[in-house]
Design a protein around this ligand. Structure first.
Ligand code: HEC
Length: 222
C-alpha cells in the first residue's frame, strides 16, 4: 500500500465515522421532545392534555381540524369595531360611517397611548412638532392635527393611516389592537373638535366603562 493511498483511506474512514456519529446524534434527538417524555409523571392528566392540542388531528370533525375557524357571519368579542377595509380602499375609508362610542376613560386612555406611540412625531400638542421632527432627526413633517388640512379628516382615513402607515409613517397595527387604534383616534378627534374641528361624536362622557359599538351601523360603509 503506497503512502498516498493510505492517506485517502484514512480520510474516507474519518468521513464515515463522522457520518455515523451524526446519525446516532440525530436519532437520539428524535426520541421525543422533553415535554412529551418528562421522566417520572406524578399527575398524568396534567402532563398529557385531555383536550385536543391545537393543530393536531381531531376525529370529531369531518375536516379533522382541531383548531376551528370562526363561525361564518360571527364576530369575536372585542373585534366588533370596523376593521374590514383593505389597504388602498381610500374612498371606502373616507366615507366610513362608524357610530362608535367610547367612555371618557377610554378617550383618556387613547391620549395615553397617543403620547406613547404618536407624540414623538405628532407632538403632545398634536401640532406635528414632536421631538423627533423638531430636533431634525426625522425629515418628513408629521400631520399637524390643528391644521385645516387635518381638522376635518375622516376617521376612517385616520384609521387607515394607523393600521397601514402613510408614506414615512409606519404602521402601528402591531403595537395597537383594533380598539386601541380607535381610542387614539377618538382622542385626536376630541382634541380637534375643541380646536375648530367637527363636533366630537366618538365619545360619551358618562357612558358605561365598556365602549359600545353598533355593529350593524359600524359596518355600513358606502
Ligand atoms: C415616526 C414618526 C411618526 C409617528 C411615530 C406617527 N406618525 Fe402619523 N404621520 C407621520 C408623518 C410623517 C405623516 C405624514 C404622512 C404624509 O402625508 O406623507 C403622518 C400622518 C398621519 C396621519 C394623516 C394620514 C393621512 O391620510 O394624511 C394620521 C391620521 C396620523 N399620522 C396618525 C398617527 C397616529 C395615530 C400615530 C400613533 C399611533 C402616529 N401617526 C404616529 C409620522 C409619524
Amino acid at each position: 500500500m503506497n503512502f498516498e493511498f493510505s492517506l485517502i483511506m484514512n480520510k474516507i474512514k474519518s468521513i464515515l465515522v463522522a457520518g455515523l456519529v451524526l446519525t446516532i446524534g440525530l436519532v437520539s434527538c428524535d426520541s421525543g421532545d422533553i415535554r412529551r417524555s418528562p421522566g417520572h409523571i406524578y399527575a398524568p392528566d396534567m402532563t398529557y392534555s385531555r383536550a385536543y392540542d391545537a393543530y393536531t388531528a381531531s376525529p370529531n370533525f369531518e375536516d379533522s381540524m382541531s383548531s376551528r375557524l370562526p363561525v361564518t357571519g360571527t364576530i369575536a368579542r372585542g373585534h366588533q369595531l370596523p376593521d374590514h377595509l383593505k389597504e388602498g380602499d381610500t374612498i371606502a375609508y373616507k366615507s366610513m360611517v362608524a357610530p362608535m362610542h367610547f367612555s371618557a376613560a377610554e378617550v383618556k386612555e387613547g391620549g395615553r397611548l397617543f403620547s406613547i406611540y404618536c407624540g414623538i412625531c405628532h407632538g403632545t400638542n398634536l401640532d406635528g412638532q414632536g421631538p423627533l421632527f423638531a430636533s431634525g432627526k426625522f425629515a418628513s413633517m408629521p400631520a399637524n392635527f390643528k391644521d385645516a388640512k387635518y381638522l376635518h379628516m375622516p376617521i376612517g382615513q385616520m384609521y387607515g393611516a394607523v393600521k397601514y402607515g402613510k408614506n414615512m409613517m409606519g404602521s402601528y397595527a402591531s403595537q395597537l389592537d383594533i380598539r386601541q387604534r380607535w381610542m387614539v383616534i377618538a382622542y385626536i378627534k376630541k382634541f380637534q373638535s375643541a380646536n375648530g374641528g367637527d363636533a366630537f361624536t366618538l365619545g360619551e362622557v358618562d357612558a358605561a366603562p365598556v365602549a359600545k359599538a353598533d355593529t350593524a351601523k359600524a359596518v355600513a360603509v358606502k
